[in-house]
Write a protein that binds this ligand. Sequence first.
Ligand SMILES: Cc1cc2nc3c(=O)[nH]c(=O)nc-3n(C[C@H](O)[C@H](O)[C@H](O)COP(=O)(O)OP(=O)(O)OC[C@H]3O[C@@H](n4cnc5c(N)ncnc54)[C@H](O)[C@@H]3O)c2cc1C
Length: 403
Amino acid sequence: MPSSVPHIVIAGGGFGGLEAALGLRQRLGEAARITLVADRDRFVFKPYLTYLPFGLALDQIELDLPAVAEAHGLHFIRARIDGLVPEQRRLQAGERTVPYDALVIATGARPRPEEIPGLREQAYGLWHEPDLQRLRAVLDGLQRGSDERPRHIAFLAPPASPWTGPLYELALMTDTWLTWQGVRNRVELTLMTAEPSFLAALGDHLHARIAHELDRRGITAYRGLAVTAVEPGVLHDAAGGRHRFDVLVAVPPYVAAVPWPTLPTDDRGFLRTRLASGQVEDGTDVHYAVGDATAFPVKQAIVALRQADAAAEHLAARLQRRTPAFSFDPSSFFTLEALDEALLALTPPGDAPLVPLPVGQARRQALRAGLPWRLDTSNPLYAGLLWKGTRTGIGVLRHLLRP
Ligand SMILES: Cc1cc2nc3c(=O)[nH]c(=O)nc-3n(C[C@H](O)[C@H](O)[C@H](O)COP(=O)(O)OP(=O)(O)OC[C@H]3O[C@@H](n4cnc5c(N)ncnc54)[C@H](O)[C@@H]3O)c2cc1C
């Protein structure tokens, strides 16, 4: 490839980074050098981490990034990024510098459990793969009935947890799993969240339906409960309340994974971007940001994919001196897995709330078969017939179910 073509660097190899890289390759072909820089050589399909306590193995939801990169003509660098020197257009990764003509930042968010004293030590963290695997041993213990003592499993979302969806999933999945094992009556389940309404990131329109679902399953749930500290077996809240638990499962507070002091960010380090194009609001037109690394309030894989597609389209159009064909579409959907069924949530608010879907097993199997195949076809994840079909289906549902 000629070195005269622009060099586009993608920082991060998760949903946003990989999608942006594949989207740019698809649009620009050989007219750009594309380098992917990530500190891990595995792509993890994070939405399926919630299956780990119920038997799914980590290697079933991982892809080898260098192999994916090679298959798509991307240069892969495994390195830990520290920051950038914007005026020199250089990414800094330890001793190494990576020059760029355009940069797409997709380094995601980093858990900061230490904001709540005791959380890291006392909770099984939804952010931490080994914790989810250890949780499986706890559930197995309950299944064998090795401990006759009634158990209380609490699911916690403290303040500054931007995406609580997996916590709700894990509570519902645990309920179903315990029912299947015939031990549900031995275990009390509680969900506690600092959110003003259940699954608030997607709007308050889901609250009543989720409250009903939790209640139907006998899961005691509290909202607006700001936990300030955790001690062994006890949670303390801001109003002076104490809440007992035997096993605690939590989503953490999050901050940006990489600090970008020379770029505009919010108080948690998330990058401020133009909604339509993903361009960082730094007055230049060479920096883009997508996914959890941005200040966009919904931190979801599907959002990262859509932002990455919009950024790839905008950047490619700029290089090809044409008008972008589309911009970022902030509507989204989320399937809340419960093992025995899934609930489909459509956003933005104002649309129909939650639709039950009988898709538990099918969803898992489709992923195992579908994800590697999808990447092998040289397509971005959020493109092509499969996603067009999904989008059309969601659009039809939205239309039919609108109140
Ligand atoms: C348990 C769980 C369940 C979830 N369930 C869902 C769901 O059902 N639906 C949904 O839509 N979303 C879900 N999410 C959220 C979703 O996974 C994230 O929104 C998505 O991963 C964001 O993609 P991203 O590319 O922005 O960041 P990430 O996927 O986090 O990728 C970040 C990339 O940057 C790299 N990186 C980070 N720091 C550095 C550094 N310093 N140097 C170099 N590289 C670095 C990482 O290695 C990684 O490659 C879930 C998340 C979790 C944790």
